[in-house]
Design a protein around this ligand. Structure first.
Ligand code: APR
Length: 235
């Protein structure tokens, strides 16, 4: 049995990272077109670097919560039982710090920069700015390695292939308004394997597509999802 899990900002909310669309969320405080679009970066690269520098620095202050840990336990427990893939729209590194290994960051990563000149990516833990030089080619053309609005998410071929083989799909902590991720549940449903669709969200999105809705915060909902799969978290 193959499992695909999709996470969004809600899974990191209990670790203290703001979601995007809550009343006090990131998009209430910042204009998307200023800090999350290629045009915004062209207009004012320093403002964009500052926005991501602050978010990168925040990673030092937060830690994985029980939901991240439960997904890492599920991955370990599932070895030998089928494929397991964790897709995240999140750019924080809490999944890997919790122990997840089979993980695709479809919207990029805060702890990486990409060179607009040569295309190389590099790990980056500190602040970055317009003066930051590419370790590969030396150009002062680094940008956060974040997929902005209007750009194509990473790993789409692998994601489509995994959805095609999925028997269980679970969306956790995502509002389901940003495509293509918002269409993954429907895509899994169409794969001809009677894929079971779960949603975990304290404020369920109301998408009729889901078979099972666990209306709880991720820290409780994900352990409940594991119980329903018959997985012991300590595994
Ligand atoms: N546990 C689970 N879900 C939660 C929790 C929690 N403790 N707290 C909030 N949520 C849910 C909210 O109910 C909401 O449905 O998390 C969801 C967060 O939604 P968004 O803020 O829209 O975040 P997300 O869906 O990840 O956004 C998708 O939009 O701006 C872009 O690129 C950005 O990756 C992001 C994408």
């Amino acid at each position: 049995m193959n499992i695909v899990v999709l996470t969004g900002a809600g899974i990191s909310a209990e670790s203290g990272i703001s979601t995007f669309r809550a009343a006090d969320g990131l998009w209430e405080k910042h204009r998307i077109e200023d800090v999350a679009s290629p045009e915004g970066f062209l207009r004012d690269p320093s403002l964009v670097h500052d926005f991501y520098n602050r978010r990168r620095a925040q990673l030092h202050l937060v830690a994985p919560n029980p939901a991240h840990l439960a997904l890492a336990a599920l991955e370990r427990a599932w070895q030998g039982r089928g494929n397991f893939l964790l897709l995240t729209q999140n750019v924080d590194d809490l999944h890997e710090r919790a122990g997840s290994r089979v993980l695709l960051h479809m919207h990029g990563e805060l702890r990486k920069l990409v060179c607009a000149s040569c295309g190389e990516t590099c790990h980056w833990l500190d602040d970055a700015g317009v003066e930051t030089l590419c370790p590969a080619c030396g150009a002062a053309a680094m940008r956060p390695d974040i997929v902005w609005f209007g750009e194509i998410p990473y790993y789409m071929d692998e994601i489509v292939a995994a959805l095609d083989e999925a028997d269980v799909f679970c969306a956790i902590g995502t509002s389901g308004v940003v495509y293509p991720a918002a269409g993954f549940a429907a895509e899994a449903r169409r794969n001809g394997r009677n894929c079971l669709l779960y949603e975990i969200n304290p404020t369920p999105t109301g998408g009729h597509v889901f078979d099972h809705v666990i209306a709880a915060p991720a820290s409780q909902g994900v352990p409940e999802f594991l119980r329903r799969l018959g997985v012991e978290e300590a595994a």
